[in-house]
Structures are given as structure tokens and as C-alpha cells.
Design a protein around this ligand. Structure first.
Ligand SMILES: NC(=O)c1ccc[n+]([C@@H]2O[C@H](COP(=O)([O-])OP(=O)(O)OC[C@H]3O[C@@H](n4cnc5c(N)ncnc54)[C@H](OP(=O)(O)O)[C@@H]3O)[C@@H](O)[C@H]2O)c1
Length: 310
């Protein structure tokens, strides 16, 4: 991280610190009749996003990996808000399942007003998917890239429509190397693996934003706050103890993430705003390494190839 700090502008650092203390913007706009696809709604940020959107009248389609948790989550939204809720199952460490989920969505819905790519994970050790991809890169970046790519036509058909990438200040940890996306030749650490995946998501978001310019579809990224969720619970007992007993005391209620995404999804002043990174509801300049468009175009090509989209 320190090696990346030297490239920062002071003004951007100051903005980041101010944003962390800022009062958040809010929207009270209803979303009746709007169809929202949200990934990873069984806990944490995704659950709060689904709750927040449903509380304003939106219909929710979840993309989760666990059937029982999805049933429970949908039932809860029906009970609490009388919301329309359904779900599709896909494990995001299997891009074939993500492509199938996208195909099912395209077949089932003529319009999607909002797509929120939220699924994410953090792993302290290097693991690989059954296709040989580094798992965090696959789950956090390639899967959301695949879903977005495959839903582009439906989103264009549904204008004005919005795409929100749940990103993270963790992109600032860096770690992305275009010639070693799969961590074959470098030492892996959890923070660098997470940073690499979130950086790739941002770099490809600028490309999506260009592709969608003038279409009526916007795409933006959000850091959902440092909030109390289940992230990292797949890691070892020491990590979990530290997280539960030390880190979690400093974290906020994830309800703020749901409120922020509802604002980003509905605020009229954001109708034509695209290709921005928000710290909750405030625009922020991401890390310099996440703004390198030349690297971004390389990651774009590699993502299309690795995700089997060519
Ligand atoms: N928590 C924070 O402070 C924080 C800060 C910045 C960014 N974020 C981002 O917020 C997003 C949500 O994370 P969270 O903190 O809410 O964590 P979380 O509580 O662990 O929720 C993660 C969600 O993603 C799902 N998921 C994980 N791996 C999956 C896979 N392979 N296939 C399908 N679904 C999968 C989980 O499903 P299961 O219930 O089946 O595990 C759950 O629904 C992530 O993108 C994360 O990077 C979080």
C-alpha cells in the first residue's frame, strides 16, 4: 500500500478523509414498479441493499449461491414490505453458473431498472476455482464483469437504468499485475488479492461507462462503508477472532450501505452521472493505479477472455 501512496495528490487524500466524516445524501424516492437485480443478498451489504430497495417498493431479484438462505431472505422481504421477491442460484466462483444465471435473467425479464453487483469475498490464502482462476479475482471481479456484460442489452432496453458496482476502499491496496492476474508468479496476500480484484473492477468500469455513453444506462461504483458483515468468515480461526473482537468494534451498521445504494439508484441528480467512484454517497477520486486506462484496456481484454465471453 505504501508504495502506491506516493502517487496520490494531496487534494485527493484530503477529499477521501473528508468523505469519511461527511453527512450522507439521502433519497426518499419510491421505486414502485422497478425491477432490481441484486447479487449476494443473503447477508451484510447485499441484504441491506435488498431491504432498502424493497422498503421503497422495488421488486427484487436476488442472485445468490445458497437456496435456503435465499428462501429466508425473500420471505423476510415479502413479510416486512409486501415486496415481490424471487431468486436465482449461482456460485460466483463458477463462471459457467454466472453465465447461465445471466441467460435466465435475459429470458425472464424484458426490463431491468437496476443491477447491483455486490457479491464479494476476502481470502487470506491463495485458493483457486475449479477452472484454475484465483478465487477472489473470479468472485469479486470476473463474475460481476460477466453478469454486467451479458445484461448490457437488457439494461439498454430498460433506460433510464443504472448499474452499481459494490467496490471498496480496499482497491487502494493495489496488487493488480496484468501479466499475472492469476497469481502464478507472485507471493499472494489477502489484502493484495482483494485490492487486485477491486482495482480490476474499477478499471473495467471506466470501459463499461465509455461503452454505455449516451445510451441512458449509467454505471458507477460505491464503497459501501466499513461495515459489520460476514466478510472474511471463510478465513481461519485467528482471523475470525481478530475480526469479531477487534475490527468489528470500529465498523458501522451496514444499514448505511443500503441507504447509500438507494440514493445512488434513485437520485435525480445522478440520472446522467456515470463512470464515478462514490464513497457511500460522495464522489471520490480512486487510487491512481485504478485510473490507468492503458492497463484498464488490457484487463478488459483479459476479462473477456478469462470469462469465456469472446
Ligand atoms: N463489509 C465491509 O466493510 C465492506 C467494505 C467495502 C466493500 N465491501 C464489499 O461489499 C460486498 C458485500 O460484502 P459484505 O461485507 O456484505 O460480506 P458478506 O456479509 O460476507 O456478504 C457477501 C455476500 O456475497 C455472497 N457470496 C460470497 N461468495 C459467493 C460466491 N462464491 N457465490 C455467490 N455468492 C457469494 C454471500 O453469500 P453466502 O451467504 O452464501 O456466503 C453473501 O450474500 C463485497 O463486494 C465486499 O467487497 C464490504
Amino acid at each position: 500500500m505504501l508504495k502506491y501512496l506516493k502517487d496520490y495528490r494531496w487534494a485527493d487524500m484530503r477529499q477521501m478523509l473528508e468523505n469519511n466524516r461527511a453527512t450522507q445524501r439521502e433519497s426518499t424516492l419510491r421505486m414502485d414498479g422497478k425491477l432490481c437485480v441484486v447479487t449476494g443478498c443473503t447477508s451484510g451489504v447485499g441484504w441491506e441493499i435488498a431491504r432498502s430497495l424493497a422498503s421503497f417498493g422495488a421488486s427484487i431479484v436476488m442472485v445468490n449461491r445458497n437456496k435456503e438462505k435465499s428462501e429466508l431472505a425473500c420471505n423476510q422481504l415479502r413479510e416486512d414490505f409486501g415486496a415481490k421477491c424471487s431468486y436465482l442460484l449461482a456460485n460466483f466462483s463458477n463462471l459457467g453458473q454466472v453465465r447461465d444465471a445471466a441467460d435466465s435473467l435475459v429470458k425472464a425479464y424484458d426490463r431491468i431498472d437496476l443491477l447491483v453487483n455486490n457479491v464479494g469475498m476476502h481470502s487470506t490464502t491463495l485458493t483457486r476455482t475449479s477452472d484454475g482462476l484465483e478465487t477472489v479475482f473470479c468472485v469479486n471481479h470476473l463474475a460481476s464483469f460477466t453478469l454486467t456484460w451479458k445484461l448490457l442489452d437488457t439494461m439498454r432496453q430498460s433506460t433510464p437504468s443504472r448499474i452499481i458496482q459494490v467496490n471498496s476502499q480496499g482497491h487502494r491496496f493495489g496488487g493488480l499485475n496484468p501479466s499475472d492476474l492469476n497469481w502464478r508468479t507472485r507471493h499472494y496476500t489477502g489484502l493484495r488479492g482483494y485490492g487486485a480484484a477491486k482495482t480490476a473492477q474499477l478499471l473495467t468500469m471506466w470501459e463499461f461507462a465509455d461503452l454505455l455513453k449516451g445510451s441512458g444506462v449509467t454505471i458507477n461504483a460505491v464503497h459501501p462503508g466499513a461495515v459489520r458483515t460476514h466478510i472474511g468468515s471463510n478465513n481461519g480461526p485467528l482471523y475470525r477472532w481478530f475480526n469479531d473482537n477487534i475490527v468489528s468494534r470500529t465498523l458501522k451498521d451496514p444499514v448505511i450501505a443500503g441507504q447509500a445504494v438507494h440514493y445512488l439508484a434513485t437520485a435525480p441528480e445522478l440520472e446522467t452521472i456515470s463512470g464515478k467512484y462514490f464513497n457511500l454517497t460522495h464522489v471520490e477520486t480512486p487510487a491512481p493505479h485504478a485510473l490507468d486506462r492503458q492497463v484498464g484496456r488490457m484487463i478488459w481484454e483479459e476479462s473477456l477472455r478469462l470469462a469465456g465471453l469472446l
